[in-house]
Design a protein. Structure first.
Length: 757
């Protein structure tokens, strides 16, 4: 059960058919009478004002780029480099464009993530699609409306100030008979315009679609089974490929391949070897599977991994580049004079994305170019990588986004697309590569294992006077798998991302230090997972905040409020406490049971994003703990969420619910297992995830809508507080602290035994 409420506080400050897939943008525009609006948005394409640096084919961000087309039948096509990952982005961006243009919702069409037809807006990551991509699209639509009104004023013989627009029809105020449609204004002409600077986007009070729960565009076809996922793409003459790899993440290298071992295999087309990359291509998928299993490949001895129970000591001992994120006052002196001090270490393991549908891609590589169908989150980045892998000019590579399984960051590196491209180039025919479950679990990139060491002190009044925070973490981006296998070593074209804005530096501590021990490659292939370091950082920081509150004998909500001056932070915390029916008292609850079933509640507060574009989330989790079995149930979760302007309330609610369920799974179950030879979590038994039976009975959501602020992102933020809120609730119920994720029954029992002993 899920319920949603929306609060508006006082403002703090002012189409997939194969023919369509092969249709180029030039062909599309020639086939219609259109207005094309393009302009430079180089300074808007990347955070911090830096131009996007991704390679593109014919639509560079630094020059005129086409965003919108209006056809003779009145339909409007939005071209966006952002892609629908199952999160509602396509709908939200179409709402923004339709609202700014004043066209009917059913007039809007969207083309997304096609490198031949869409501008590069950067990868669809980091909760930035609406916050950044939406701002770009709004400006494009505002410019188009400005131009169209100028054309209408000339044709209708009336000043622009007297014109009004409804559903793509411009009319003169007070004289509706004097009207002209957008389609009629551009019929038979194609206008390319640079930004004039005269277009001003609408004010929030003028929105008609933005802020409304418009039904998602992608859901009907998904419900009826008509939707074409990347797994469904089929091409004439298409072959099937499989890649043969050593023990997952073992570091082994290729010694030899015995092609004679598959010489008699029916349907086999070719064995492909390049560096450490070994693959087979066959006429049918089951033939490729069998050939991959039968092919005799010799690998070098694994490099060897340390025992899993030494993981966190290995992380702490790894070489690092120490980075001081923030410092104020004299932490050592404040700790020495504190009335009470607390010290704790928190540990977060390797976790995978766990896509229900494994990676899949289709590539058609010819001597003069390549086309790839992929569920990638970064079409233009993948375009450049494939061009490099195939030794082709980037403009001869086309990537067509075709949605895959829910990815949570997994498709930031689409390894299957690179597999398919290399195999297709070798055989000269289209090749489909579908990973198996063991491939997906064993060879994807994991979030780095992380360690946090925190010390804090409170004075006699229960005020935090010292806070010393250290974190050990590898970067949250990594190498392309194919680059490693072929000797390319292709690091993702991003600066190494560590933890920073999500280390809970928003509390008002007078004496503080935040130190990052930044590391390079981790034991296992590392990369971005949903929220990057946010969930681990949120777990450590907000669990420790609860430990400080307990040391001060204070209510956890009141304790946080007395260390907060940020109005948005206070508002979400107060909103979640009210919605949850929070009763003020210290934790643990006085009647906490040590034997029978016991319940408790915990709170956590986080910010996500860089100032001033933070999203704020507060969460209350209610748990039931069975000390006999160690089983933790979470029957209720309450969330208060402030992501600035809410474009689509239903879409934001969908995002929040998805974040809750996935982060709950990561909190209670998920941990990548390995031994000396490599990763052993190769199926759902060895890597369990949340079951339907464990889904909370109630997820209650309060949307703190701030139409005076720009959207700040909803894709990841609610992932961050979950582990901390549940950890704090377990303490409230039992009096024991869990400082290592996941909170398995065995760890709960061990903590209870340690307390009893």
């Amino acid at each position: 059960m899920s319920t949603t409420r929306t609060l508006r506080p006082q403002a703090a400050h002012r189409d997939r058919g194969s023919a369509a897939l092969r249709l180029s943008r030039r062909t599309f525009l020639k086939a219609t009478g259109v207005l094309v609006v393009g302009f430079s948005l180089a300074d808007r394409l990347a955070p911090g004002g830096a131009p996007a640096a991704h390679a593109q084919a014919g639509l560079p961000a630094q020059r005129l780029d086409s965003w919108l087309a209006i056809a003779d039948d009145g339909t409007v096509t939005l071209f966006t480099g952002k892609v629908e990952l199952g999160t509602g982005v396509e709908t939200a961006l179409a709402q923004i464009a339709a609202d700014e243009l004043d066209v009917a919702w059913d007039q809007m069409h969207v083309v997304q993530g096609d490198t031949a037809r869409t501008v590069d807006q950067g990868p669809t990551v980091g909760s930035q699609s609406v916050a950044i991509g939406g701002a770009q699209i709004r400006q494009a639509a505002a410019e188009a409306r400005h131009v169209l009104l100028a054309l209408a004023a000339e044709q209708l013989g009336a000043p622009v100030e007297q014109l009004q627009v409804r559903d793509g029809v411009v009319s003169v105020g007070g004289d509706p008979e004097r009207s002209v449609s957008y389609a009629a204004l551009v019929h038979g002409r194609r206008l390319e315009l640079e930004v004039s600077g005269a277009a001003t986007p609408k004010r929030p009070e003028e929105y008609r679609l933005v802020g409304q729960p418009v039904p998602r565009r992608d859901i009907p076809a998904k419900m009826t089974g008509e939707f074409e996922y990347v797994q469904n793409v089929r091409l004439p003459g298409m072959l099937h490929g499989r890649v043969v790899r050593p023990t997952p993440q073992s570091g082994a290298t290729l010694v030899s391949v015995d092609e004679g071992s598959v010489a008699d295999m029916p349907g086999l087309v070719q064995v492909v070897v390049r560096g450490n990359f070994v693959g087979v291509v066959a006429e049918r998928e089951e033939q490729a599977i069998q050939a991959a299993r039968q092919l005799r490949v010799t690998w070098s001895a694994p490099a060897g991994l340390p025992p899993q129970d030494t993981l966190f000591s290995v992380v702490r001992a790894a070489p690092s580049d120490d980075r001081l994120l923030d410092e104020a006052g004299d932490v050592a002196a404040a700790l020495a004079s504190a009335a009470k001090t607390v010290e704790a270490t928190y540990e977060y393991p390797f976790q995978m994305h766990g896509m229900i549908g494994p990676s899949c891609a289709v590539a058609d590589v010819r001597p003069d170019g390549a086309t790839v169908w992929s569920g990638t989150q970064a079409p233009h980045v993948l375009q450049a990588d494939i061009a490099r892998a195939l030794d082709l000019p980037v403009e001869r590579v086309r990537v067509i986004y075709t949605e895959g399984s829910g990815c949570y960051g997994r498709y930031r590196s689409d390894d299957a697309a690179l597999d398919a491209a290399l195999l297709s180039q070798a055989v000269g025919r289209p090749v489909r590569v579908q990973w198996m479950r063991a491939d997906e679990h064993g060879w994807e990139h994991y979030n780095p294992a992380m360690v946090f060491s925190i010390r804090g002190g409170v004075d006699a009044r229960g005020q935090v006077v010292a806070y010393d925070y250290e974190v050990w973490s590898a970067r949250h981006t990594g190498q392309r798998l194919l680059g490693e296998q072929t000797g390319g070593g292709w690091v993702l074209p991003l600066d190494p991302v560590f933890v920073g804005h999500d280390t809970l530096m928003f509390y008002d501590f007078p004496n503080r230090r935040y130190l990052l021990h930044a590391q390079g490659q981790s034991l296992l292939r590392n990369g971005n997972n949903r929220s990057l370091g946010g969930l681990p950082s949120g777990f450590a920081g907000e669990a420790f905040m609860d430990e400080l509150a307990a040391a001060a004998g204070a209510d956890p909500v009141a304790f946080r409020l007395q260390h907060l001056t940020n109005e948005r932070a206070r508002a979400v915390l107060e909103a979640v406490a009210a919605a949850a029916g929070w009763q003020r008292r210290p934790a643990p609850k006085p009647e906490a049971s040590r034997t029978g079933m016991t319940t408790g509640r915990g709170v956590a507060l986080i910010e996500y994003g860089d100032p001033p574009n933070q999203t704020w989330v507060a969460m209350v989790a209610e748990v039931a703990v069975d000390p006999a079995s160690g089983l933790v149930r979470v029957p209720r979760i309450v969330v208060a969420h402030d992501c600035g302007l809410v474009v689509n309330p239903d879409g934001v609610r969908n995002q929040i619910e998805g974040n809750v369920l996935q982060s709950l799974s990561r909190t209670l179950h998920e941990e990548v297992q390995f031994d000396a030879s490599g990763v052993t979590s190769l199926d759902w038994r060895s890597y369990p995830i949340l079951t339907f039976e464990e889904v909370p009975e109630r997820v209650e959501i309060v949307l703190v809508d701030r139409p005076d602020l720009a959207p700040t992102g909803a894709g990841e933020a609610t992932t961050v507080p979950t582990a901390a809120a549940i950890s704090n609730a377990i303490f409230d119920a039992t009096g024991v602290r869990l400082r290592r994720v996941p909170f398995t029954p065995e760890r709960v029992q061990a903590a209870l035994r340690q307390r009893a002993g």
